[in-house]
Ligand binder design. Sequence first.
Ligand SMILES: Cc1cc2nc3c(=O)[nH]c(=O)nc-3n(C[C@H](O)[C@H](O)[C@H](O)COP(=O)(O)OP(=O)(O)OC[C@H]3O[C@@H](n4cnc5c(N)ncnc54)[C@H](O)[C@@H]3O)c2cc1C
Length: 381
Amino acid sequence: MDLRFSPEHVTLREEADAFARGLRPTLEHDPEWRRQGMLSDGDSREITRALGAAGWIGMTWPIELGGRGLTHVDAALVEEVFGYHWLPLSLYLLSYKTVGCALERFAAPELRERLLPAIARGELTFCQGFSEPGAGSDLAALATRAVRDGDRYVVSGHKIWTSSAWAADWIYLAARTDPDRPRHRGISVLVCPLDTPGIEVRRFPVLGGGYLCEVFLDEVEIPASQLVGEENGGWRVLMATLDFERVTAEKLGGLAWVLDELERTLEAQGRAERARERLDSLRGQLEAARLLSLRAADLLDRAEPASAASAMAKLAGARLAQRLAAEASGLLGLDGLVDGEPDASLGGRVGSLVRAAVASTVSGGAAEIQQIVIARRGLGL
Ligand SMILES: Cc1cc2nc3c(=O)[nH]c(=O)nc-3n(C[C@H](O)[C@H](O)[C@H](O)COP(=O)(O)OP(=O)(O)OC[C@H]3O[C@@H](n4cnc5c(N)ncnc54)[C@H](O)[C@@H]3O)c2cc1C
């Protein structure tokens, strides 16, 4: 992979920077935004509409589906910029980068044409219903059932930890369509609006700010035309969806901001030199995580296997979030932990980062699972 950024990359990042700066005055008036920690799940509906209206959603999709025909590397570079400005990206990431990119690859043409242009305009948002009370790391244990009945499926089950289900329009669901087949070969992916009769969403607050949800499905009728990929072929779709999800460039953008601001604050206090070794080591770890994330994006662009690379990128970013949270709170002391106050060090972001970073080695697949993916698919162990 050629790591020199082209003039087009530079221009794209400048455009993204100007767009994000334009949104800052609106965001800064919102007390909720100040309390957002890294990786949190706040209200991102308004920002998603603004991103869509300005053509920032679906960057990698073809123009006829509402996209811009750009690459995953382009998208990652833009997402770093958005992350640096702390744009609330939860619905953008779910609707475009995770679910949307999987729909682009696996959905039938009619379903793609129905959903992708609306996602790209920021008018249709998704959440992702994979995890269940008995199926997290062991996703193949999922028990939600989808029973075929003519031209529809009838779905019942219980999803948990569903980010943004309270704010999204549709859900992207993993369900078991054949309980008699081996576990991985009896799963399918379906999509449906969250206001379909039989769906109940309950949200609860989480440590890092914002909410997670439980989604209860009771005999929910979903047209068979809303199946993504093949019946019982869902495992492949799920794994590819996770590959898209694990290129977490936006989170690295947020961490880069924390590191820059930490250094500036320590310099203003005349304490930066004493912390130099720690700051440099964090910067090295950040650059390594960025390169891993761009490498995974590059593999997605080449349609080459990206699971091990995206697991490495995800793990490096998650570990960096935790280390940076610990170092920043140690270096700033108690003042650094005041939450959401504009006058606090780093605008009060470190306190919420400390709490939100706890989940960074769980969300999107636990650290141990990333290590297993790297060992098996990357190293062939
Ligand atoms: C902030 C956040 C947002 C999330 N958003 C979503 C979402 O939008 N949609 C969704 O579907 N899910 C979501 N999740 C759920 C997430 O994917 C799961 O929490 C994660 O996959 C772990 O599953 P679990 O919670 O059931 O833990 P478990 O699978 O029970 O794991 C518990 C611990 O055991 C370890 N462990 C389990 N199996 C092994 C093994 N084989 N070897 C070694 N160690 C193992 C794990 O690493 C972990 O440390 C979210 C989670 C969080 C925290």
